[in-house]
Design a protein around this ligand. Sequence first.
Ligand code: MTE
Ligand code: MO
Length: 570
Amino acid sequence: MAVSNEFPGAELPGAERPDPVDRLPSGWRPSLAQSGLVGVIALGLTLAVAELLAALGQLVGWLSPASSPLSALGQSFIGLTPEWLKQFAISTFGSNDKTALMVGMGLTLLLVGVVIGLVGRDRPRIAVGLAVVLLVVTGAAVLSRPDATVVDLLPLALGGAAGIGFLVSAFRRQLAPATPAAEPSVEPVADAQPTGTTGDHHPMLRATPVGPAAATRRDFFRFAGIGALAAVAVGAVARWIPSTAQVAASRSAVALPAATAGTAAAPTDVLDDVPGISPFVTPNTDFYRIDTAFVVPRMTTDQWQLRVHGMVDREITLSWSDLLAMPSLTHMVTLTCVSNPVGGEYIGNADWQGVRIADVLAMAGPQAGADCVFSTSVDGFTVTTPLDVLTDDRDALLAYAMNGEPLPVEHGFPVRMVVPGLYGFVSATKWVVDLEVTTFADATAYWTVRGWSAKAPIKTSSRIDVPRSQESVSKGKVPIAGVAWAQYRGISGVQVQIDDGPWMDATLSGDAGADTWRQWVYYWDATASGTHTARCRATDATGAVQIDAIADVVPDGATGLDERTFMVTA
Ligand SMILES: Nc1nc2c(c(=O)[nH]1)N[C@H]1C(S)=C(S)[C@@H](COP(=O)(O)O)O[C@H]1N2
Ligand SMILES: [Mo]
């Protein structure tokens, strides 16, 4: 058997099994504590490697949360804990009962590691066998998770390979005879002693190990030390990469404070019942998503902090609990992407809750001469926003909730910026962790480097939702309907033109202030069958009419009128 060759000590017949080390000329073997430590290090290495791979696998979306052996074991541990023990834990540890269970699990694992190491002192094959059993049990725990698939076993398998590899090498070191190269040096050293006690080992030789015993011992310690360091380092990296499960747990643990100000309620006169129109409030799951993140940045609320620095009187750092303790408001704001083509989908309206950016900046005290806030996301994406826009009456927010829920991860959990009136690329930094008060002369944002404008207020625009392009509609009252927006200025009117006829006023929904879009509808009486084109244009509250000249989205937003060609059938 291949494994037995790895362990000279294990080859000894069980009956006359003396301490195998007695046969080793090196004369050294690890103490009980050192052997136990070997098992613990092997276990630590296994878990660290597996957790790191599981975290990475979840980040890129290949693995489910079940791939984390610790969380799978923890869940099973909780599941297998008898009811009386759970009750005992709850009544004894209160809200720390989960922690108590985790500590219990940690101690159990530690004990298992020690046992494997101790068994491995004399019976390495059995120790490896125990390790394999432990891996199989953990694998079963992984597969027992509802969302698990076979690939979720991969991190555990590779972690297990690392741990067993370590065990095997450590056992070899502690049981191996001295290396042939070093062995001959024993006799000369012993012989060189000018003592009369020929043949006997001098006690001094044991006390000051030299030669192969010392070499074996040094090698063993070096090896164990490297193993321990690797386990700690890999474990630290794994912990630092928050898993999907960790972030999901962090998000569901958020208790949103009551807003101290703001009126986020949608108006009562919405047009949601016009078939096919965009609902006044966009559900989170339908909200457009635009970012440069190949992998969605994942951060827990514990990991989040916001540094405010640069041209300020005093640099500050806010934690999640600092932010939640500040007065918050709810504010309905329609977000728009500069890349939204005329008639496009990159727009949505939500009720945001958060802290006024102006309040946070005031704590730091922006200095004279600053005109810009350079914000950075945890993934390195950057944005420049005019300081005056962030401090004026428009209530730009550091938002932590969207439509009454903690921010969805892909929309910036735990904290993002929401600034009424500016396109997202110059205002809406998701996963924001850093605000630097600076000047536009000194700071250049991610998209500005790539040829987009440094400043980009949203252009007044409107979109036709129905009829859809090339849709066939019946004669009679045909609703022509959609949305119009001019955030921070507000919409005062929308007009509709059929073919090249006159512009006719549409009916508007209410709004939730100047920062939200308004729905609109015009019921056109279709009398003749045939192909028709509908066009729309909005007027903002300053009286300016939507620009009809066609402009591309680069560098600061598209212009032109949306139109739809549709068929009226008999
Ligand atoms: N970190 C980060 N934040 C970002 C972006 C990004 O790429 N990375 N894109 C911005 C752009 S261009 C837009 S339009 C909005 C979109 O926000 P949403 O995905 O929540 O709709 O986020 C902004 N915030
Ligand atoms: Mo955007």
